[in-house]
Design a protein around this ligand. Structure first.
Ligand code: NAD
Length: 319
């Protein structure tokens, strides 16, 4: 079986019932592909793909990627992995297993099928970086024994496996380093800053800022991110990545909090708590490679993306 990219394909999306996966499944279905969504519902849920369940081109399968999977597909997007510290630290051994055994199982499947495979890697592979903004050739500064290591090192090992399958078995791989992404269907209590601020603001509860709020993050809206993911999957075989996909516009946590307060017309006050262990001070993608190789850059402004996200959470909190 080959990954003929101009035809309608049967596409496997692991972690497809999660935040990013559910948006990806929706886009692929719209394009006429058959989508097999595989998820163990650890952080994802059926509500995220409810709108797709009656579509005959969509199939949902409960499965844990740490176990082998025998299906027939043309392409694989490997997104299965809890993405927020609260969730990935809940069962750190399982987190490493999901990244590493999950990658081994999906790469084994891709090899058997000669299918193209994309890995949802992360900016966390850069750790607490000394280089700013981060380019793909920076090797990172990761603590191998800290509380975030199950995620960071798991994802780093998954990248290693992808490149070894490419070198050893000539598999068509695509490694995407995703930076902070936000949008509708984020988990409401996963402790990620955008969802945290929005939920606190909508409930008029105080907004928690870690540290003094001067640490910066860049936020990419989910539609931009999925556009970049698809462009990478459909790119020339020679483009393996790793390639950064994210929005380089930086905001301090204080700026983000103020924008959320304005857009929600909230009366919430700000409260300050100490920074969590290993929390990076700055994180910003250098996306020159994505621009040059994929002709991709994010288009959606933070304010516009936040409005969509706030509308989603407003509805969620009412139900
Ligand atoms: N959202 C971001 O800002 C971001 C940033 C960097 C990287 N990523 C990566 O993108 C991917 C998707 O992230 P997300 O934000 O949608 O997170 P998410 O938690 O919403 O989605 C992950 C999905 O994987 C599923 N899953 C977890 N372990 C599994 C297992 N063992 N077997 C099968 N399914 C499993 C979960 O149930 C969930 O549906 C992850 O691999 C994450 O590391 C996301």
């Amino acid at each position: 079986m080959t990954s003929s990219l101009n035809m309608k394909n049967k596409i496997l999306v692991t972690g497809g019932a999660g935040f990013l996966g559910s948006h990806l499944c929706g886009v692929l279905i719209k394009e006429g592909h058959d989508v097999l969504c595989v998820d163990n519902f650890f952080t994802g849920n059926k509500d995220n793909v409810n709108h797709l369940l009656l579509n005959p081109k969509f199939e949902l399968m409960r499965h844990d990627v740490t176990f082998p999977l025998y299906v027939e597909v043309d392409q694989i997007y490997n997104l299965a992995c809890p993405a927020s510290p609260i969730h990935y630290q809940h069962d750190p051994v399982q987190t490493t297993k999901t990244s590493v055994h999950g990658a081994i199982n999906m790469l084994g499947l891709a090899k058997r099928l000669n299918a193209r495979i994309l890995q949802a890697s992360t900016s966390e592979v850069y750790g607490d970086p000394e280089v700013h903004p981060q380019t793909e050739d920076y090797w990172g500064r990761v603590n191998p024994i800290g509380i975030r290591s199950c995620y960071d090192e798991g994802k780093r090992c998954a990248e290693t496996l992808f490149f070894d399958y490419w070198r050893q078995h000539q598999l068509e791989i695509k490694v995407m380093r995703i930076f902070n992404t936000y949008g509708p269907r984020m988990h409401p209590n996963d402790g990620r800053v955008v969802s945290n601020f929005i939920v606190q603001a909508l409930k008029n509860e105080s907004i928690t800022i870690y540290g003094d709020g001067s640490q910066t993050r860049s936020f990419c809206y989910v539609d931009d991110l999925i556009g970049g993911m698809k462009k990478l999957m459909e790119s020339d075989k020679a483009i393996t990545g790793p390639i950064n996909i994210g929005n380089p516009n930086e905001f301090t946590m204080l700026e983000l909090a103020e924008l959320v307060l304005k857009l929600t017309s909230s009366h919430s006050k700000l409260t300050f708590k100490s920074l969590p262990e290993d929390d990076p001070k700055q994180r910003q993608p250098d996306i020159s490679l994505a621009k040059a190789k994929l002709d991709w850059e994010p288009k959606i402004k933070l304010e516009d993306g936040l409005k969509e996200t706030i509308a989603y959470f407003r509805k969620l909190l009412q139900t």
